[in-house]
Ligand binder design. Structure first.
Ligand code: PXG
Length: 291
């Protein structure tokens, strides 16, 4: 069975899933996206992802031509058509076909795309041994220019940071904001633990309000952690007891080295293991059943 992609109301074969070169998503990065996970035949935090998609659309004044309910139905239909239980769901809403020239008013019909696909996680060994990160020169976009809370099709800021990480021989980058505070990684939120307190940057530091981030913040008090959303610097990373990332692709993954410095003794910490396990349990049991 070939892979089916949802394109403006139709389920089309993978090879037929094409958009025009006149689409402003392609020409200008004018559009938004969302990444959702299904575990065990259940869509995890479905409502939160749909809400964030529509908030991103609102922020760029893009009218999605489906109600939230219609969008949810289209997503379920796409997963069912591909007979998937565990998958990654990628939504893209682009401004649609227009003329050359920035004006979005020339684009009357947004393109709505839903891809349900296999999941690409970090290689398994990093979930055991932990990831290595570097802080990179490219700063996170300032919210006054392009708010990182918008999951827009303009990911070049993150891509530049990712390339800098790749060139340093590691898989993920820590991005600082323009003031030098830690913001987030290129596709993951970041957390540190120090003295039984869990800290993650507030979203105004220049982070996406990650849905897995919310899950971690909910779970942490169960393990006796105090939880804070607070600005911190590279110094705080270097002296942390534990560090980990969260994200739809990464789930929760330990970090053991940053800028060639070991975090604590260079192995994942106990709270991190607890949170990884609690996260997996939640992800596999919660969520809207597809079948
Ligand atoms: N920060 C950024 C910049 C992200 O893009 C996260 C944090 C984590 O958010 P969630 O809601 O997933 O906990 C993201 C997530 C993709 C893709 O190719 C998207 C993300 C991450 C990895 C891949 O669709 N976004």
């Amino acid at each position: 069975m070939g892979q089916k992609v949802y394109l403006n109301g139709e389920l089309v074969e993978r090879e037929e899933a094409k958009v025009s070169v006149w689409d402003h998503g392609f020409l200008y990065g004018d559009g938004i996206f969302e990444g959702i996970r299904a575990y065990n035949g259940r869509i995890f935090r479905f409502k939160q992802h749909i809400d964030r998609l529509y908030d991103s659309a609102k922020a760029i004044m893009l009218d999605i031509p489906l109600t939230k309910k219609e969008m949810e139905e289209a997503i379920i239909k796409t997963i069912q058509a591909n007979e998937l239980e565990d998958c990654y769901i990628r939504l893209v809403i682009s401004r649609g076909i227009g003329d050359l020239g920035l004006n979005p008013e020339a684009c009357p019909n947004p393109n709505v795309i839903i891809i349900a696909s296999d999941i690409e996680l970090y290689p398994a060994k990093f979930y055991e041994e932990g990831l290595e990160l570097v802080t990179v020169p490219t700063r996170r976009n300032i919210p006054e220019a392009l708010n990182p809370r918008i999951k827009s099709l303009n990911y070049l800021n993150n891509i530049l940071a990712k390339m800098e990480a790749n060139r340093a021989g590691v898989l993920e980058a820590v991005m600082l904001n323009n003031e030098g505070y830690v913001a987030e990684c290129t596709g993951d939120n970041i957390f540190i633990i120090k003295d039984d307190t869990l800290v993650t940057p507030p979203v105004h530091a220049g982070a996406l309000k990650g849905i897995k981030r919310e899950v971690v913040l909910e779970l942490a008090p169960e393990f006796g952690l105090e939880v804070k959303e607070e600005l911190f610097t590279r110094h705080d990373l270097y002296i942390a007891d534990e560090c980990f990332l969260s994200g739809t692709a990464a789930e929760v993954i330990p970090v053991v080295k940053i800028d060639d410095r070991d975090i604590a003794d260079g192995t994942p910490g106990d709270y991190t293991w607890d949170l990884i396990e609690a996260f997996r349990e939640k992800a596999n049991s919660e969520g809207l059943s597809i079948y």
